[in-house]
Design a protein around this ligand. Structure first.
Ligand code: GLU
Length: 419
């Protein structure tokens, strides 16, 4: 799903949300200055050999935004649209996401500008290993812990972990999360982001008096996040009226047969040819007739153009940065409630934290234990955000930033600025 091309800095726009909460907290200008600068940005070349024998060079990034609350944490994205600006914004969001669910991590993010659809598995492995090798000095269980993001899989994490472990001459599963179970992954990690979206959605629906058995939900994106969110929400009795992926959107007012869509996507790698709903465009899905909308693809999906036409009462951001600040003001004006990305999709990094903790203990939990702890972390913090929003008359987004900034600032002040 390609994000709309907009000639603005994603990081610049992300700061707009920060500023709104910083104003509410009456944060001093020095703190603002510190918190709006990434700690470290790394850009490097990734030369690799194609299966054909030809050499090519891609660009790799890792932005370590903040270490105030702990080691860096955040995924690695393989996508043609990856830029330093995007990775910086994503690392900035990781900082607030980890803080909002109270994990002992800072924030980071990585990426490679490439199109994995055009790469063979061995090409992908060479790129991943070179990417990991370039970062050996700056990542590690106590330094910065990468994870999956768009187009990066447990297999990619396994190659990253192996490359790092070979360099440091010891097994280090805790250098990366989202690994396969066999080499130190956590039960429930693959499904965790979609499960977290489901937990937040159902709790907010209950709070708003929306009956899950009657409400219609539309989900944009059918990757690891959107697909599991659709599956879990359908299992809880919700009607999934629409789904979409790069091939288009599929709408059925009686409800999509999610299990059929999941097996179609597993068989054909996308939803092309899925006949369980009327074929509409992705743009139409966003303004379709539904009560709850879950953007689960990329950034900048809601703009000043489509925001006035959105029909949903609740938007749960499963993607990072799907709402532009202009769209956010339209939603606020129209009374559309938005669970922001840093809360809505925090299920993934929360179970990453559990994976990191399990790796360090060398003791692994049952899936039910992982899921129970996940629900507890998400609901505790979602309810805290809601209380802040009500007390301050702010949106859930501003409340989430307020809670997160407050936690990061407290850590920074305790540690002091080393100079
Ligand atoms: N890429 C995911 C995110 O944006 C997960 C990050 C992690 O598990 O570290 O939250």
């Amino acid at each position: 799903m390609t994000a709309a091309v907009r000639d603005v800095s994603i990081f610049g726009e992300a700061i707009a949300y920060f500023n709104e909460a910083a104003d509410l907290l009456e944060l001093d200008s020095g703190m603002r200055r510190i918190l709006t600068h990434p700690t470290r940005q790394i850009i490097f070349s990734i030369p690799f050999q194609r299966d054909s024998g030809e050499f090519e060079v891609f660009t790799g990034y890792r932005v370590q935004y903040s270490f105030a609350r702990g080691p860096g944490k955040g995924g690695i994205r393989f996508h043609p649209g990856v830029t330093l600006d995007e990775v910086t914004a994503l690392a900035f969001w990781m900082t607030w996401k980890c803080a909002v669910v109270d994990l002992p991590f800072g924030g980071a993010k990585g990426g490679v500008t490439c199109d994995p659809a055009t790469l063979s598995s061995s090409e992908l492995e060479r790129i991943t290993r070179r990417y990991a090798a370039e970062l050996v000095e700056v990542v590690g269980p106590d330094k910065d812990v990468p994870a999956p993001d768009v187009n990066t899989t447990p297999q990619v994490m396994a190659w990253f972990m192996d490359t790092y472990s070979m360099h440091v001459r010891q097994n280090q599963p805790g250098v990366v999360t989202g690994k396969p179970l066999e080499i130190g992954g956590s039960r429930g990690r693959v499904e965790a982001t979609g499960r977290g979206v489901t937990i937040c959605t159902l709790d907010q629906m209950e709070h708003m008096g929306l009956n899950p058995k009657k409400a219609a939900i539309a989900i944009q994106g059918f990757g690891n996040v959107g697909m599991y969110a659709a599956k879990f929400l359908a299992e809880r009795g919700c009607k999934i009226a629409g789904i979409s992926d790069v091939t288009g959107a599929y709408y059925n007012e009686k409800g999509i047969d999610v299990a059929a869509a999941v097996s179609h996507a597993a068989k054909f790698h996308n939803l092309e040819g899925f006949d369980g709903g009327e074929r509409i465009s992705n743009a139409e899905l966003l303004v379709s007739d539904c009560d709850v909308l879950v953007p689960a693809a990329l950034e900048n999906v809601f703009t000043s153009e489509n925001a006035p036409k959105v029909n949903a009462k609740l938007i749960v951001e499963a993607a990072n940065g799907p709402t532009t600040p202009e769209a956010a003001s339209v939603f606020k004006e129209r009374g559309i409630v938005v669970i922001p990305d840093i809360m809505g999709n925090a299920g993934g990094v929360t179970v990453s934290y559990f994976e990191w903790a399990q790796d360090r203990m060398g003791y692994f939990w049952k899936e039910s234990e992982v899921n129970e702890r996940l629900e507890d972390v998400l609901l505790t913090n979602l309810r805290e955000i809601r209380a802040i929003a009500e007390k301050r008359g702010a949106t859930l987004r501003t409340a989430a930033y307020t809670l997160a900034i407050d936690r990061v600032v407290k850590a920074l002040k305790l540690r002091g600025i080393y100079a």
